[in-house]
Design a protein around this ligand. Structure first.
Ligand SMILES: NC(=O)c1ccc[n+]([C@@H]2O[C@H](COP(=O)([O-])OP(=O)(O)OC[C@H]3O[C@@H](n4cnc5c(N)ncnc54)[C@H](OP(=O)(O)O)[C@@H]3O)[C@@H](O)[C@H]2O)c1
Length: 329
């Protein structure tokens, strides 16, 4: 199969590219002149230079491919809202438009559970109405997903949406990364809030599995699939597992959410004044202290998705990667 991967230089995309190449697919990657190509260096992939905001660069990118995996996006809670929407929404529209004239068999869109917002304490499924949190990132991903599905209903473009939970694994340098590195350096003295809230994670290789299955299964056009590791655990339990692997004591104190948010507010203010990035934002505190629990029955039944890496194994592998690459002493 001939495939295009947007975002193929990123965390999830580079794992997807590895997997597709290893299966013998002809892989083309859309990348920018500024992209870090470290993970593409030894791979037999075609490089097409462009940008999802530059419509003229996308024609040749989608030319003569069977499947487009669209992962290119800005995943940042602090970048300017306009930039986030330009890349995540307008950029997605540009890739979709290019595909309309390219006779592709499938457009696989990498969305996020963030489009649904926080859940209750029972697992939410794909029918949960859109309710992204206040971040421009979640809102832009929500708009992008709606747009993708509109191209299915209005233009008959065969799209499938995958909504991963929080993704972790080797090559991940945000999200779980910050928590793992801080814990390894003994800087996590307390858990945010009560820690009783559900967190939802998925190892990157299982996200790749979901994305690839979405392209393979014929009857999945127009459908949305949530992919997680299928486990239900809370923030306290996550820290206990992480501490065990890092061979440290799990934090036994808790910071009230209001206090964490006040600290985040100050961190945001400082970032505004200095032009830097905050250590954490109020939106990220919201995400970490509210319930996120999902039902993956639909992906299992219709895609044949089966999470293969459990948290303990996946975290160990991830921590080994950080150790081998000098991020943890
Ligand atoms: N990581 C998670 O926990 C998570 C969870 C759910 C969903 N997702 C979704 O998964 C996808 C991949 O995320 P990731 O975690 O792999 O992020 P990432 O490591 O930041 O990768 C983002 C990729 O998008 C590319 N990109 C950014 N702006 C672009 C532009 N204007 N034109 C073309 N390409 C552009 C980047 O290219 P450069 O190398 O040039 O920067 C990079 O290859 C995103 O759609 C994200 O929303 C991620």
């Amino acid at each position: 199969m001939r495939v295009l991967v947007t975002g193929g230089t990123g965390f999830i995309g580079s794992h997807l590219v590895d997997s597709l190449v290893s299966k013998g697919h002809e892989v083309r990657v859309l990348l920018r002149k500024t992209s870090n190509t470290k993970y593409l260096e030894n791979l037999d992939v075609e490089r097409v230079y462009g940008d999802v905001r530059d419509r003229s660069s996308l024609k040749s990118a989608v030319d003569n491919v069977d499947v487009v995996y669209h992962l290119g996006a800005i995943f940042n809670y602090w970048a300017p809202r306009d930039l986030i929407f330009d890349i995540n929404v307008n950029g997605t529209k540009n890739v979709l438009d290019a595909c309309l004239n390219a006779n592709i068999e499938r457009f696989v869109h990498c969305s996020t559970i963030g489009v649904m917002g926080q859940t209750g304490t029972t697992p939410a499924d794909e029918k949960k109405p859109y309710n992204p949190d206040g971040s421009a990132y979640a809102q832009s991903k929500c708009e992008a997903e709606k747009l993708v599905l509109k191209y299915y209903t209005e233009q008959k473009l065969p799209v499938t949406v995958i909504r991963p939970a929080v993704v972790y694994g080797p090559r991940c340098f945000y999200g779980m990364y910050d928590g793992i590195i801080a814990a390894a350096k003994g800087k996590v003295n307390a858990i945010l809030g009560s820690g009783d809230n559900y967190v939802s994670l998925v190892h990157v290789s299982d996200v790749v599995q979901g994305l690839e299955l979405a392209a393979k299964k014929e009857k999945t056009a127009g459908e949305i699939y949530i992919v997680t590791d299928g486990k239900f655990l809370n923030l306290n339990e996550l820290f206990i597992i992480m501490a065990k692997i890092l061979d440290i004591n799990p934090p036994d104190k808790h910071i009230p959410v209001w206090m964490a948010k006040s600290m985040a507010f100050l961190s945001e203010m400082k970032a505004r004044l200095t032009g830097g990035s905050p250590d954490f934002t109020r939106n990220s505190i919201d995400f970490m202290t509210t319930n996120h629990i999902y039902d993956i029955s639909k992906a299992k039944q219709e895609l044949g998705y089966e999470p293969k890496i459990d948290l303990e194994e996946g975290l160990k592998q991830t921590i080994d990667f950080y150790r081998e690459n000098g991020y943890i002493g």
